[in-house]
Design a protein around this ligand. Sequence first.
Ligand SMILES: Nc1ncnc2c1ncn2[C@@H]1O[C@H](COP(=O)(O)OP(=O)(O)OP(=O)(O)O)[C@@H](O)[C@H]1O
Ligand SMILES: [Mg+2]
Length: 261
Amino acid sequence: MPSASESPYAIRATDIHLTYRTTMDVNPTLKTSVSRIFGGRREVRTIEALKGVSIDVPRGGVLGVIGHNGAGKSTLLRVLAGILPPTSGKVEVYGEISTLLSLGLGFNRNLSGRENVMLGGLAAGLTRPEIRERFDEIVAFSGLEEFIDFPVRAYSSGMTGRLAFSVSVHMDPDILLVDEALSAGDASFKKKATMKMRELCDKAGSIVLVSHALQSVRELSTECILLDHGNLVAAGEPRPVIKEYQRRINVGEEASTTEDL
Ligand SMILES: Nc1ncnc2c1ncn2[C@@H]1O[C@H](COP(=O)(O)OP(=O)(O)OP(=O)(O)O)[C@@H](O)[C@H]1O
Ligand SMILES: [Mg+2]
């Protein structure tokens, strides 16, 4: 496998299938939970979340991933991150990945912001002195100086998202995977985060951005893919891919300005 600097791609994923196996009640009724105690029937069902998806994430680019709820976007990110092994298909990653899969996932809500920054840094493979060196910058970027010693459970969802984003981008990743993490951020933080993501791309970093905020996707992405029921149904320039999504869900153009798809 070529090293990070030799490959034109940050990630290549080929023909990815991901099937979840989950149990469900057969003939569910209100009594099911009671009857289960007496041996009520449960069956294993499968959900094909990804049905043969292939993508290339270019170095120094942002790949936007859009699609309806349940389309398979988060599943794709988990596969790219190596959290979920694909049922079949191949994922090649060239570089260090930092993931921001959902708001503060990985944060211990009973620990302070400060402790979570330290733990996040250690989890990303930094040494304690390296984290200490970056600590002030991480906190300053999040704008949470006054709250950094409060437990994270006392943070609003936007505040949690700010800190999580700040930790992820300050790990100097080659590849940043972001799943809706900015959705709770206010306008000023979104602007800061957008600038930071551009900076990362200028340094040849790559980003995969899952979002329903179509305007942000249009502004940030260099390429875009549309998932529909686990299939990749459109790929290429962000504008036509977003248009195709709007056509499919029949909401018209206005939805991309209200940022609520
Ligand atoms: N842990 C799981 N176990 C079983 N099925 C799952 C699991 N996670 C997701 N799924 C199923 O896989 C499909 C894709 O889900 P996924 O979370 O990837 O969608 P998404 O595009 O991220 O949706 P959203 O826009 O709502 O975040 C859905 O049908 C969902 O029900
Ligand atoms: Mg999702």
